[in-house]
Ligand binder design. Structure first.
Ligand code: MRU
Length: 357
């Protein structure tokens, strides 16, 4: 029988169990529950690149554990100069995906932690640091979930895009953390989950996660959001983020920018929920954020079948940037910013309990 840490549950996207890392294979959801065991840094890098684990904070947590696995390998094979050899693993992990800043944030934090280690056996301390990153992410999501929910003062329907839930984080979720808290307060009538072409994070993952949690969810085609808003049925758009630039521009799953424009046109509030580890003060604005382009086949095919004529090309940028001017609220574990700008984000950063830069 699987240990309880390895049963199908949205909170179990990233599980450390019996000295190995297990990743719930999100490519197979909702049909099949499979955990992929990773016992090296390289295996985790491949799993991130191939979308076994995805979502900015979940990638950050997975990378922290990947450093533990990589250090274990290096210590077994090299002993004295393990830190030097570990640089190769850092480079491999950094190349896995370019946009979610939590990946680089977690690598930096693990690298800085390693520099402080003088233990004969550094592995227990390294594992404890990775577990701290994991636990802090869950706690941040619970706090920001409550802060975001407090903004929703009347029962309403909301639209979310992609999956910014437990599956995309250490647990509980960011946008879906707000939804969970608001639902508990009686203020969520229904969640409309954009299906999120081409990878279908909305229909496969968000719908599974909310359904498992007993929160009413309705899947809609991405292009249906405008007419839903026009009917006046929606109070909020609530999304996560892969990177928030210093001026408050928000990078998230492709399609988010369009939703923000629609929301402003229809008087629907637009909320971005993310931990401070997603805020990147080193990136001045959205134009400076590297946007991942994935394989054209992800667009050209659907359900394993080609849906465009042979010989036709496709573009597949998987993120877009919503200008800060279209964002009503950024909700973090350290507080809420209305109408975000550079000064407000800098001020929020100063209140962080630990140095985040
Ligand atoms: C809490 S997750 C926020 C974002 O990471 C999420 O909205 C998103 O865009 C994920 O993209 P993905 O390509 O599935 O990794």
């Amino acid at each position: 029988m699987l240990p309880t840490s390895l049963i199908a549950h949205p909170d179990h996207a990233v599980v450390w169990h019996d000295n190995q890392l297990y990743l719930l294979d999100q490519r197979e959801l909702p049909h099949t529950i499979t955990f992929i065991m990773c016992n090296s840094g390289a295996a985790v890098a491949t799993a991130i690149r191939d979308m076994v684990v995805r979502g900015a904070p979940a990638i950050g947590v997975a990378v922290a554990y990947a450093v533990v696995l990589a250090a274990r390998e290096r210590l077994l094979n090299t002993t004295n100069d393990w830190r030097e050899h570990l640089n190769e693993d850092f480079a491999l992990l950094a190349a896995a995906r370019p946009t979610a800043v939590n990946l680089f944030w977690a690598l930096k934090r693990m690298r800085e932690f390693i520099a402080t280690l003088d233990h004969v056996d550094p592995l227990p301390a390294l594992l404890a640091e990775a577990q701290r990153i994991h636990a802090e992410d869950i706690a941040a999501n619970q706090t920001l979930g409550a802060l975001g929910a407090a903004l929703i003062d009347t029962p309403t329907a909301i639209i979310t895009h992609c999956n910014a839930g437990a599956l995309a984080t250490g647990g509980y979720g960011t946008a879906l953390g707000v939804v969970r808290s608001a639902f508990a307060a009686g203020n969520i009538r229904c969640v409309y989950a954009d299906e999120t072409r081409p990878w279908l994070q909305g229909s496969r993952l968000t719908a599974w996660e909310l359904h498992e949690s007993g929160i009413p969810v309705t899947v809609q085609a991405d292009v249906a959001a405008a007419s839903l808003m026009a009917r006046g049925d929606v109070g909020w758009v609530i999304v996560g983020a892969d990177r928030i630039a210093a001026n408050g521009d928000v990078c998230n799953k492709i399609g988010t920018y369009g939703l923000a424009i629609l929301a402003r046109h229809h008087g629907v509030k637009f909320m971005v929920a993310a931990p401070l580890s997603t805020v990147d003060l080193d990136t001045p604005n959205g134009a400076a954020i590297p946007i991942e382009e994935r394989a054209a086949d992800e667009v050209l095919c659907c359900g394993g079948q080609r849906v465009a004529p042979a010989g036709v090309a496709a573009r597949n940028p998987v993120f877009d940037v919503t200008p800060a001017a279209l964002v009503d609220y950024i909700v973090t574990e350290c507080g809420v910013i209305a109408q975000p700008d550079a000064a407000k984000l800098h001020a929020l950063y100063q209140t962080a309990p630990i140095a985040m830069d």
